[in-house]
Design a protein around this ligand. Structure first.
Ligand code: NAD
Length: 455
């Protein structure tokens, strides 16, 4: 099967790649298991040096990476550069500090001398994604390599060029080729990796695919970053100017193809008119192509189009957009749909495109209830001038991440990134910890015969 990189701004093919054969995968796994052992045996200082070198290379190459992502995934160069400088590079230091802090922990008490040692999981099967192909790759690759894992990296079939560029940078830093192996392919190769004898699966993608992986992976540790349907709660006491700008950014960045974008907006009635006026007026001014990125493929755009139509059938009023753009490429107009009736049921599934669903609510309690009324639990945003109120709301939201008066702000290195419910299986630990397994060692070093042993 051929894998094709297509420029979503033009719809034209850029390059094609051969998908690897399923029988090649077993060879790759054998090579990588062997290489992982040598990599893990290196003193940690050696791996830290390599990761610091990688940091310099990413910094040096950032403009070129942003260019490849622009061409292959259609995302604005500034957005990719922001991910790299504001997040990936800053995150490296914190991964190193976290790793240095936890190689071995002492849990001894009067009765037991016990230690917990942490060691790499082994070979990680990492199934890549096309939206945030740089960030989403590095928040796994950097901490996982740092602690001594090898990675078999299944490139997203939509962003093979970006994935191969990332592999080159990783190899240049000093990571051996068999420790980081990129494989090109689609869902079949992804399934083969999940069923294989790699030691852990890391996956970013849709919850539907995530559920299939859960069934196929057996007892392997899983780190799954899945779909979201994040709410934005707009309180009547918000700073209107900041809120309108922030909610527009949070709804439409990356052409709306962001797991943690604001997909449902709940606005308190008292401020709804002023909010909607500004939201509408400023969204109208967004420039398609310059500010609104295209959707990744024609099929993705069809899906968004269908979802908008279904929302309208379900009682939403179209305030803006609602159509495929007439320009070349896979653009969709920034779209605002309003549910005036607070009893109306909002379109339920995640819309992965530039579409904001807005509902007027009577009060904060109703906004919290509606925000939680979804199978997803990724993130949420709260817009208020009252920090105490914001914390009260945040505590009541069933999500993994909350932004107050902000949206999609950088989380350096993706530390503690992740959602709950059907938005993923994340760990409640720092990122490096997710890529290590533990061994508890309990020692009776005083040769004591325990009271509770058989006499
Ligand atoms: P997808 O689930 O279709 O595919 C993602 C990857 O999985 C691709 O590499 C694909 O080849 C592979 N794949 C597909 N089927 C597979 C299978 N059965 N077994 C193994 N691998 C398989 O992704 P998509 O729907 O195009 O991505 C968009 C979704 O990703 C959205 O729902 C978005 O919210 C979510 N997402 C989540 C996060 C997060 O951090 N939570 C980040 C980015 C995107």
């Amino acid at each position: 099967m051929k894998i094709e990189s297509i420029n979503p701004r033009t719809g034209k093919s850029i390059e094609t790649f051969e998908e690897i054969k399923t029988d090649e995968l077993s060879e790759i796994i054998i090579k990588s298991k062997k290489a992982q052992k040598s990599w893990a045996r290196l003193p940690s200082e050696e791996r830290i040096k390599v990761i610091l070198k990688l940091s310099e290379i990413i910094d040096r190459e950032k403009e070129q990476i942003a260019e490849i992502v622009f061409e292959e995934a259609g995302f604005l160069r500034t957005e990719t550069l922001g991910e790299i400088t504001g997040d990936i590079l800053i995150g490296i230091e914190s991964h190193i500090m976290d790793y240095n802090a936890v190689k071995e922990l002492d849990f001894s008490n009067e009765t037991f001398e016990s230690k917990v040692q942490f060691m790499p999981q082994g070979v990680i099967g990492h199934i890549g994604i096309w939206n945030y192909p740089v960030w989403q790759t590095f928040i796994t690759a950097i901490p996982a390599l740092l602690v001594g894992n090898a990675i078999i990296y299944k490139l997203s079939e939509f962003t093979t060029m970006t994935g191969l560029k990332i592999a080159e940078m990783i190899w240049e830093s000093g990571v051996p080729k068999d420790v980081f192996i990129p494989v090109s392919g689609g869902s079949t190769i992804g399934q083969e990796i999940v069923k294989s004898d790699v030691d852990m699966i890391v996956f970013t993608g849709g919850s539907g695919t995530g559920n299939k992986i859960i069934k196929e992976a057996g007892t392997k540790p899983l780190l799954l970053e899945l779909s979201g349907n994040d709410a934005g709660i707009i309180c009547e006491d918000c700073d209107l100017k900041q809120t309108i700008k922030g909610v527009i950014w949070g709804s439409f960045l990356h052409g709306g193809q962001v797991c943690t974008r604001i997909k449902r907006v709940f606005v308190e009635r008292d401020i709804s008119e002023k909010f909607l006026d500004g939201f509408l007026e400023q969204t109208k001014r967004l420039k398609i192509g310059e500010q609104i990125a295209p959707l990744i493929r024609a099929e993705a755009r069809e899906k968004v189009d269908d979802q908008v139509q279904e929302s309208i059938k379900g009682g939403a009023k179209l305030l803006l957009g609602g159509n495929k753009s007439s320009r070349e490429g896979f653009y969709f107009e920034p779209t605002i749909l309003l549910y005036e009736d607070s009893n109306a049921t909002m379109y339920e599934d995640e819309i992965f495109g530039p579409v904001a669903l807005v509902q007027i609510v009577e009060n904060v309690d109703e906004a919290i209830k509606k925000s939680n009324d979804t199978k997803y639990g990724l993130g949420a945003t709260i817009w208020t001038r009252d920090q105490k109120k914001a914390m009260f709301i945040a505590e009541k939201l069933d999500v993994g991440m909350v932004w107050i008066n902000d949206s999609n702000a950088a989380i350096p290195g993706g530390v503690y990134y992740g959602g709950i419910k059907e938005s993923g299986i994340a760990s409640s630990q720092k990122r490096v910890m997710s890529f290590m397994k533990k061994k508890m060692i309990i020692s009776n070093s005083k040769a004591e015969i325990r009271d509770w042993w058989y006499s």
